[in-house]
Design a protein around this ligand. Structure first.
Ligand code: FAD
Length: 290
C-alpha cells in the first residue's frame, strides 16, 4: 500500500476506563475499507488513565491492521521516568512516530515541572529516541492560552525547529480560518506538512463542548444545523457527514497537505466520509510517511 497525496490520517482514542477494551477492536474493524496513511492514538491525561493503553492500541494497529501508528504523549504531569517508560513501550509496540504534547491543564493539579511545554518533550524525545519521527499539534484559531496569535505561531516554529517534521491541526469548522493560519505559518518560515483537523458534527453537545474547550468558532451554517436537528441525532449526523465531506473537498481544492479526521471512534461516520472523498486522494505506490 502506498501513501496518499495529499495525506489522509485518522485519530482514535483508548476506550474509557469503564468501557470494554474490545470496543477499540470494534472501532478498528469498523474502519475496514478506509485507507488512512496512519492512525494516531491519543494519550489520557487523567490521574486514573491507563498509561499502557496508547502503546497497546498502536501495537494492534501496526501488527493486526498493518497500518502506521502515531502515539500521542502528554507531558506536563509526567516525570522523566514516566516519559522514559512510555517511550520504551512505544518502541516495543513498533511505533515510528510520536506526537509530544503539553496536554490540557487539569484544575487543582500541579504540573510536575519537568516538561512545561510540548517543545520540552520534543527536545527530550529527539535526544532519547533519535529514530522516532516527531509530529506536533498546531492551532488554526490560536491556542486558547496563547498571549497572541503571533506568540502562538512563534512557539509553533520553536516546535518545528526542535524537530517536529509534521503538524496536525486542532479541529476547526471554518476553512477560511485554517487557510489564513496556513498563510501565517508559511510566512513565519514553517515549511513542514500541515494536516487540517476535521471533526465531523455528530452531536450538538459535543460541538458546543469542543468549541468551548478548544476555542473553535462555530460558523453560522453549523449553528443552523445544530438548531434545526439538535433533537434528531440521525439527521444531525447525516448533515455532519455532508458538512465534513464538503469541508474536506474545499480544503483539497485549495491544495492543503493533508486531512486528519478526528474519527471519535465512530467507524460508520468515518467510512461514509471516506467513501465521499476517497477519489480526491491519489495513492502513490510503495511510499511511506514514517
Ligand atoms: P504547547 O505547544 O506546549 O502550547 C501550549 C500553550 O503554551 C500555547 O498557548 C502556546 O502558545 C504556549 N507556549 C508554548 N511554548 C511557550 C513558551 N516557551 N512560553 C510561553 N508560552 C508558550 N490532549 C490530550 O490530553 N491527549 C491527547 O492525546 C491530545 N492530542 C491532541 C492532538 C492534537 C492534534 C491536538 C491539536 C491537540 C491534542 N490534545 C490532546 C490537546 C492538547 O493537549 C491541548 O491543546 C493542550 O492545551 C496544548 O498542548 P500542546 O502540546 O499543543 O501545547
Amino acid at each position: 500500500m502506498g501513501l496518499h497525496e495529499p495525506i489522509f490520517s485518522l485519530e482514535v482514542f483508548p476506550p474509557r476506563r469503564n468501557a470494554s477494551v474490545c470496543s477499540i477492536y470494534d472501532t478498528l474493524d469498523g474502519l475496514e475499507g478506509v485507507k488512512p496513511d496512519f492512525i494516531s492514538v491519543t494519550y489520557g491525561t487523567g490521574k486514573h488513565a491507563d498509561r499502557t493503553a496508547t502503546a497497546r492500541i498502536c501495537a494492534t494497529i501496526g501488527q493486526e491492521y498493518g497500518l502506521a501508528a502515531v502515539a500521542h504523549l502528554t507531558a506536563q504531569y509526567m516525570t522523566r521516568e514516566m516519559v522514559d517508560e512510555a517511550l520504551d513501550m512505544f518502541e516495543e509496540a513498533g511505533v515510528q512516530a510520536v506526537l509530544p504534547l503539553r496536554g490540557d491543564c487539569v484544575e487543582g493539579r500541579e504540573p510536575v515541572g519537568v516538561f512545561t511545554y510540548a517543545r520540552d518533550l520534543i527536545d527530550y524525545v529527539h535526544a532519547s529516541k533519535p529514530r522516532m519521527k516527531i509530529v506536533a499539534a498546531c492551532y488554526p484559531e490560536t491556542h486558547p492560552e496563547a498571549s497572541s496569535p503571533e506568540a502562538d505561531i512563534a512557539h509553533l516554529k520553536e516546535k518545528v525547529d526542535a524537530g517536529a517534521e509534521h503538524l496536525i491541526s486542532q479541529l476547526f469548522y471554518s476553512n477560511e480560518d485554517f487557510m489564513r493560519f496556513l498563510d501565517r505559518a508559511r510566512a513565519a518560515g514553517i515549511s513542514v506538512p500541515i494536516e487540517a483537523g476535521i471533526m465531523p458534527v455528530t452531536r450538538a453537545s459535543q460541538v458546543r463542548h469542543m468549541s468551548q474547550t478548544c476555542g473553535s468558532r462555530i460558523p453560522a451554517q453549523v449553528v443552523r444545523m445544530l438548531d434545526k436537528w439538535e433533537d434528531n441525532p440521525q439527521a444531525l449526523s447525516e448533515a455532519g457527514i455532508a458538512y465534513a465531506s464538503e469541508q474536506i473537498c474545499d480544503l483539497l481544492a485549495q491544495g492543503v497537505d493533508g486531512i486528519h479526521l478526528y474519527s471519535m471512534n465512530h467507524p460508520v461516520v468515518t467510512r461514509r466520509i471516506w467513501r465521499n472523498v476517497e477519489p480526491l486522494f491519489v495513492e502513490i505506490p510503495n511510499s511511506t510517511l514514517f
